[in-house]
Design a protein around this ligand. Structure first.
Ligand code: SF4
Length: 496
């Protein structure tokens, strides 16, 4: 038993009486207060040291051509993450489909999903630090039971990931309710994120088995959002919704009309993927080379009837990603960073230098305020810079009155536009193989592919090899073997 007048031993060594201590109560209280203070000081550091380390490593490894003033990768963002091999099966068919031919022969198994997610997320936490956006992706996430889906999201959150479930959206409101509420009826999460992939290249959706146009799918898009609206009205649950659409020559001409229809629905992001020749080649119905990011962006701008300035922020290689962060007010979109404004560009530079890596989303509001105060303590001028940036933003958006009117009408909200251009497996295969040998290709096309892979913003974890693998390499190279193995591990039918 410890004697009175001593303090309890801690990990640092044996108990020793403190000078002037004859009861032990006060020093023990002081020690606890000091520990609490140190814990708070640690948690309120603007940027976690592991995030800072991951950012430094990321920046140093980027090819020189993407180390631009607008580049956010390695300065503010470590990049996005996605799961793989956790539930490969899907119950719709897409043309094209990025998953390998064996994916639909793998049984959905909650135990396997959770084990894999635990392993992949631990690895990402170790390599990428305590905060990142991660997609719960594979085949169709709603084929998981609501409890397994919820456990998967919780496991991702436990590892500091901000998860987004990727779905075709063809599930019932009951599934969503069971996902977000525990057995005792209380909410399991304070916020939930989903990306719904909806386009006319998909077959098998209930009520639109073979859609002939994008317009035919608008009611399904709206129904998807409505499920979340109803849930929020009933439970107060906050949500973030993205709309994903694959684009081929078959539906390129319908992008503008789809944008006009989807914008007022309540999504906060519209993401487009020009189709690539990757995955199951039985589902390649046409040549996809005619559709690129420029073609999709032109349709997007046509749909909005205005320029969508994306040059203010880069995310990885511009041949892979084109992103425009901003907000909608009364149907008019305004970018957070105006690439034509020298003052905005200077403010962006300050942001990356002083605020880069700070997790603005996912941090509790009070803690975020303390973090902000700690940055301002060292960079007090940033407050004035931010105020001037905000004033410019207001002017660009049409003024305060316009925003207030938009807020009252329910037409004010964040809106990010994205085009993400996956690459063809025929290029990624040789590029990735050479990269494993540390060889730079002589072939300009393969070398360009290598440059893009080196600046990849969308990584998948391979704890078994210690690698972070670009999603392009995952789908072009690794999925084939992985799904063949999973087909044996989790067979739908017995295979020889
Ligand atoms: S390499 Fe592939 S997965 Fe990575 S950012 Fe580029 S297109 Fe996306």
């Amino acid at each position: 038993m410890p004697r009175v007048g001593s303090v309890q031993p801690d990990a640092g060594g044996p108990a020793r009486p403190l000078p002037g201590d004859d009861t032990g109560a006060m020093p023990s209280l002081l020690r606890r207060l000091r520990a609490t203070w140190h814990g708070f000081a640690d948690r309120s550091r603007p940027v976690h040291p592991e995030t800072a380390r991951a950012l430094r490593e990321r920046w140093a490894a980027l090819p020189a051509h993407v180390q631009t003033p607008a580049q956010t990768l390695g300065r503010h963002a470590v990049g996005c993450e996605g799961t793989h091999g956790v539930f490969p099966k899907c119950n719709l068919t897409c043309t094209p489909c990025y998953h390998s031919a064996d994916a639909n022969k793998v049984r959905v198994d909650g135990g396997h999903t959770l084990r894999e997610i635990e392993s992949q997320m631990s690895f990402l936490r170790e390599r990428r630090g305590p905060y990142a956006h991660a997609q719960l992706i594979g085949g169709e996430v709603s084929l998981l039971s609501p409890d397994d889906h919820a456990a998967a999201l919780q496991a991702m959150r436990d590892h500091g990931r901000s998860p987004m479930s990727m779905t075709h959206g063809d599930f019932d409101p009951e599934y969503l309710r069971d996902l977000v509420t525990g057995p005792d009826g209380t909410l399991r999460f304070d916020r939930i994120s989903f990306a719904a992939h909806v386009d006319s290249l998909m077959r098998g959706r209930r009520g639109a088995v073979r859609p002939r146009s994008e317009a035919e799918l608008h009611p399904f898009r709206q129904q998807f959002v409505q499920m979340f609206r109803d849930l929020r009205a009933a439970t107060g649950l906050r949500y973030y919704l993205a709309h994903n659409m694959t684009v081929t020559p078959a539906n390129l001409g319908q992008v503008a009309e789809t944008v006009r229809a989807v914008l007022p629905m309540g999504f906060s992001m519209m993401s487009f993927q020009p189709a690539a020749h990757v995955g199951d080649d039985r589902r390649w119905k046409e040549s996809y080379t005619a559709v690129d990011a420029d073609a999709v962006w032109a349709e997007l701008e046509k749909g909005l009837g205005q320029r969508i300035a994306h040059e203010g922020i880069e995310f990885g290689d511009p041949r892979c990603n084109r992103l425009a962060f901003g907000f909608l007010a009364g149907g008019r979109w305004t970018p957070f960073v105006d690439p034509d404004s020298a003052a905005d560009r200077a403010a962006r530079e300050r942001f990356f230098a002083h605020w880069g890596g700070l997790a603005f989303s996912g941090t509790p509001p009070l803690l975020l305020l303390v973090k902000i105060a700690r940055v301002l303590r060292h960079h007090p001028d940033d407050a004035a810079v931010a105020a001037r940036w905000f004033a410019r933003l207001l002017r660009r958006a049409g003024g305060l009155r316009h925003l207030v009117r938009a807020a009252r009408a329910g037409t004010l909200g964040l809106m990010t536009f994205e085009v993400h251009s996956f690459m063809d497996a025929a290029d990624v295969g040789p590029a990735w193989e050479l990269m494993q040998q540390g060889v730079e290709s002589d072939d300009p096309r393969i070398r360009a592919t290598q440059e893009r892979l080196a600046a990849c913003t969308y990584s998948m974890a391979h704890p078994e090899t210690g690698q972070l693998v670009p999603a392009c390499a995952q789908h072009s190279v690794l999925d084939v073997t992985e799904n063949a193995q999973l087909r044996r591990l989790l067979p739908l039918t017995v295979v020889g």
